[in-house]
Design a protein around this ligand. Structure first.
Ligand SMILES: Nc1ncnc2c1ncn2[C@@H]1O[C@H](COP(=O)(O)OP(=O)(O)OP(=O)(O)O)[C@@H](O)[C@H]1O
Length: 238
């Protein structure tokens, strides 16, 4: 039988470490994402999830370890160059300009990275906000503002979209729409999702990575993670 060609991982993180004072927020983490995956990153508060994705997108400098994106070493690359390489990150805390329109926010996010902004409307259509394009972003309901953030990330046409607690504060209906949206996005984009809502995690993720105290406690399919005794102790039972 012919050997199957080894797939180059989209993201390959080796031995990644970052401390704050005496605390190892991320401690010797190895992590691989394949192209086209939807991966959920879960774990208790303070586990290191936000620090981990901040290292990947360049908001926090790496102390030790390497990050390969699409086979290229990006460990020391500044954040804006990582965006250009195809990594988009939407923040936990709302990052939109309240006085600009929805369309202007998406255009601005794209322009900062050298896009012309012409795709803004298409992206807004994808997230279901095209009818609100000319509204002031600050006047939108909270759930819609979260969608604007996702549109701002998508406007960068990333290969990897990182979402940090995107469903926080959304209504049940909005969460259902979000799940459908991510499935749609994942047809062309790899998605890494920090998420506390276990329903969303189990619905969306092909694989789940569980962090605890800066380390990876477990990794597997939703079923494997659901049945993992360590995970139940550390997280699900809590
Ligand atoms: N800028 C910082 N300065 C000092 N300590 C920090 C900083 N950022 C994170 N930490 C610490 O690193 C650890 C990991 O925090 P992090 O925010 O990455 O966890 P998390 O898993 O994202 O938590 P949550 O689910 O609450 O967002 C915590 O102990 C936190 O207090």
């Amino acid at each position: 039988m012919a050997p199957v060609a080894a797939m180059t991982a989209l993201l390959d993180v080796r031995n990644l470490t970052r401390s704050f004072g005496g605390i190892k927020a991320v401690d010797s983490v190895n992590f691989t994402l394949q192209q086209g995956e939807i991966r959920a990153l879960i774990g208790p508060n303070g586990a290191g999830k936000t620090t981990f994705v901040s290292l990947i997108c360049g908001r926090v400098p790496v102390e030790q370890g390497t990050i390969l994106f699409n086979g290229k070493d990006i460990t020391r690359l500044p954040a804006h160059k990582r965006v250009r390489a195809g990594i988009a990150y939407t923040f936990q805390i709302t990052s939109i300009f309240a006085n600009l329109t929805v369309r202007e926010n998406v255009e601005l996010a794209g322009m900062r990275e050298g896009h012309d902004g012409s795709a803004a409307l298409a992206v807004l259509k994808q997230v279901g906000l095209d009818h609100l394009a000319e509204q002031k972003a600050g006047d939108l309901a909270y759930g819609h503002q979260r969608l604007v953030e996702i549109a701002m990330g998508l406007g960068l046409h990333p290969r990897l979209l990182i979402l940090d607690e995107p469903t926080q504060g959304l209504s049940e209906e909005e969460v259902a729409a979000f799940i459908a949206l991510i499935r749609e996005i994942a047809r062309n984009t790899t998605v890494l999702l920090i998420e506390h809502n276990m329903h969303v995690v189990m619905e969306l993720a092909q694989r789940i990575t569980v962090m605890q105290q800066g380390r990876i406690l477990a990794e597997g399919t939703p079923e494997e993670i659901r049945n993992d005794a360590d995970v139940q102790r550390a997280y699900l039972g809590a």
